[in-house]
Design a protein around this ligand. Structure first.
Ligand SMILES: Nc1ncnc2c1ncn2[C@@H]1O[C@H](COP(=O)(O)OP(=O)(O)O)[C@@H](O)[C@H]1O
Ligand SMILES: [Mg+2]
Length: 263
């Protein structure tokens, strides 16, 4: 059956997400306007932009939480807007989500948070789950924190636990909405470096939403600048960084005044 088709392996550099003419409105508010991009496997792609510009709405389309009004969106060969519940569920096993809001269950400890996807989406035995939880906590630099309550952790540690949970099912693509929001600059650097390290060590595809410019230069292979629902620029890190476009110069803080509103 076509719906049972295996998820294949993607080589580094191969498009793993393709977005074509994607548009989305809420009532009269046009949030995404004709977006186009390819996101490559094995790379970190960072989408940057002022707040309220459609970044979270965009990432929610990738994971099938929102449906576009127009356009096409393919993730790992699946035409996302057309998927039924069952197929979305299968796709999401390959996507690790670490989202800004509702990230962790406050009343649970670290173990329960990180093991949640394993006990709900796999038939792994308790012993295997325990060792996988220990493994991902080690990966994010929080070994041995299983019994801590998430409320006992710092914001930076909570983000790491969110990342550990996103990694638990060994997803192909890790999506991270605002990994550094609410963190001081030193903690931002640690999270950026962690993402960089994980990409290199695990060969995963990272899709990161951020408004941290320095962090973006640190960790991104590809950078998308979203502004009022449009991709102003989508290119390699070094090229975007050097771009002389007046909007980009303003957004990246290389000039004080410019045409961008709400930066
Ligand atoms: N479910 C929704 N219903 C109505 N409006 C929404 C919804 N989700 C987001 N929006 C609006 O879409 C715009 C973009 O939001 P968002 O993608 O969250 O911005 P950001 O770039 O800060 O992540 C905002 O004006 C927001 O209020
Ligand atoms: Mg957002």
């Amino acid at each position: 059956m076509a719906s049972k088709e295996e998820f294949r392996k993607y080589e580094t550099g191969e498009p793993i997400v393709t977005v074509r003419n994607l548009s989305k409105s809420f009532g009269s508010l046009r949030v995404l306007k004709d977006l186009n991009c390819d996101i490559k496997a094995g790379e970190t792609t960072v989408f940057l932009g002022p707040s309220g510009t459609g970044k979270s709405v965009f990432i929610k389309h990738i994971v099938g939480l929102l449906k576009p009004d127009e356009g096409e969106l393919e993730v790992m060969g699946r035409n996302v807007p057309t998927l039924g519940e069952r197929e979305l569920y299968e796709l999401r096993k390959h996507l690790g989500l670490a989202f800004q809001l509702g990230a962790l269950f406050d009343s649970l400890n670290v173990y329960d948070n990180v093991s949640f996807p394993l006990s709900h989406h796999t038939r792994m035995r308790q012993k295997e789950i325990k060792s996988r939880v220990a493994e991902v906590l080690e990966l994010v630099g929080l070994p041995g924190t299983e019994n801590k309550l998430t409320t006992e952790l710092s914001t930076g540690q909570q983000k790491r636990v969110g990342l550990a949970r996103a990694l638990a099912l060994n997803p192909t693509i890790v999506l991270f909405d605002e990994p550094t929001t609410g963190l001081d600059p030193i903690l931002c650097t640690t999270i950026d470096e962690l993402i960089l390290k994980l990409k290199t060590e695990l060969g995963k595809t990272f899709i990161v939403i951020s408004h941290d410019i320095e962090g973006t230069w640190n960790m991104a292979d590809q950078v998308g600048v979203l502004y009022q629902g449009t991709l102003l620029r989508y290119g390699r890190n070094a090229d975007v960084r050097r771009d002389d476009n007046i909007f980009l110069k303003q957004f990246f803080g290389r000039t004080e005044d410019g045409p961008m509103i709400g930066v």
